[in-house]
Design a protein around this ligand. Sequence first.
Ligand SMILES: [Ca+2]
Ligand SMILES: [Ca+2]
Length: 180
Amino acid sequence: MLKNQKAFTIVELVIVLAIISILTGIVVFNVSDYIKKSKIAATKSSVNQIVKAMEMYRTKFGCLPTTGSSCSSDFGAQNQQQWDQIVNILVSNGFIADNLRIHKDSWGNPYKYDKNDYPGASFRPAPGCKPDGSCCSPIWSLGPNSIDDVGWGIFNYNCNKFTTGVTEGDDDIGISIPPM
Ligand SMILES: [Ca+2]
Ligand SMILES: [Ca+2]
């Protein structure tokens, strides 16, 4: 009798442990999903702030900020050093507050930026380009997978629209600023 009772208790214990592990799995999944969604939302918000600052800069100086030597340069930012250079231009002119989320996205990567607002500055045979050769200027985060899924081109197809996950497996988050 005692032996049977003990065996039954072990079965119960196993069931309870199984239920606990399933519940733990659900909680961990929900928390990580929540964190991922929060990071995406924070990055979207930062991209919006950056774009607004870029447009204010262009209203004042006639072109988007560049890592090149003049306004007609089409050089944007491909790495942290170049992106910091762009951020410093916006910050020193008072168009944006300096903070970590502007320098790096939620996954610790610099934003990417292709400056194409000067007519003829960049050849891109995309629907986003005007007949004079001026094109949209995309700014994007590499997204949760920290991989540049779309490269320079794709955001030109969606001037002025918030874009994320254009192609399968792509989680980049960005906006393309139309030419003036
Ligand atoms: Ca360019
Ligand atoms: Ca990506």
